[in-house]
Structure formats: C-alpha cells, structure tokens
Design a protein around this ligand. Sequence first.
Ligand code: SF4
Ligand code: SF4
Length: 145
Amino acid sequence: MGVFKEIVTGAASLVAGMGVTIRRIYRPVVTVQYPRQRLTMSAAYRGHIEFNIPSKYSPPGCVACGICMRLCPTGVIKVQGEKDHSHEPKRVSLYFIDFTHCSLCGLCVANCPVEALKFSNEYEMAYECRWGGVVDLIKRWEDTR
Ligand code: SF4
Ligand code: SF4
C-alpha cells in the first residue's frame, strides 16, 4: 500500500510540474539574449552623466563654471575650462567623472545653468580595473561625433 501511495504522489507531482512547464512555454519570452540583443532603456533610466548635445555636430555647451563639481556630494566630478579670448566664455577642456562613487542624485544635471548635462543610457559598465569607472566625457563626446 505504501509503494502504491508513493507512485500516485510521485505521478501527481510530475503532472503538476509538467503543468507549470507547459504554461511557461506559451508565455512571452522576457529574457534578452545579451549581447546579441540589446535593451532599449526607458527615458527614466540613469546611467553615468554625459554631455547634453542638441545635435551631432554641436560642441558641448559646458562653460566650465564648476557648479556641478562643487555641488556633487561625493566629489566625483573634475572639470576644467579654457578661453581663447578674454571676452569669450570659457569652453570645457577637461571633464571626468568617477562613476564608481556617483550616487545618481542628479544635482549636477538639475543645477547646470546651461543644461549641458544629462544622464546617459549606458548600462554596459563592467570594469577590469578600479579606474575603469572613470569616464572622460570629452572623449565620449568625440567618439560619438
Ligand atoms: S556641466 Fe554645467 S554646471 Fe558643470 S561646469 Fe559645465 S556648465 Fe558648469
Ligand atoms: S549625479 Fe550626483 S553624485 Fe553623480 S556626479 Fe552628479 S552630483 Fe555627483
């Protein structure tokens, strides 16, 4: 009697398990076959900051005022600028961010007086060394031109 009960219980368990499997087979696939498939990130996604460039050939609008650098609560922004003539505004000549310590608070983006920053859609941020998370925003801009 004990063996018969075990067979019935095992069969019922098998049917229940197969039922779950069969129901899953007909549901839409949500797994992304990365890296052959890439996700389109939502507008609300926050990757590291980057220059907010209105068109492909525009230069960064950053005037190197340093507000973002002074506001950043974790001090991960380094920005410098230069000017060709005394009557011209400064142009950014160096802009680094150490994304490994960025809290994505958004203070830099929200307080830039010329709206020169935005959050990127970047999500491929695996590093091979501790400095891999340091992003050169000027180089990134130049690479996308
Ligand atoms: S990104 Fe904006 S806030 Fe930061 S230095 Fe440039 S102009 Fe100033
Ligand atoms: S999002 Fe916040 S923590 Fe990150 S760089 Fe900007 S001000 Fe700094």
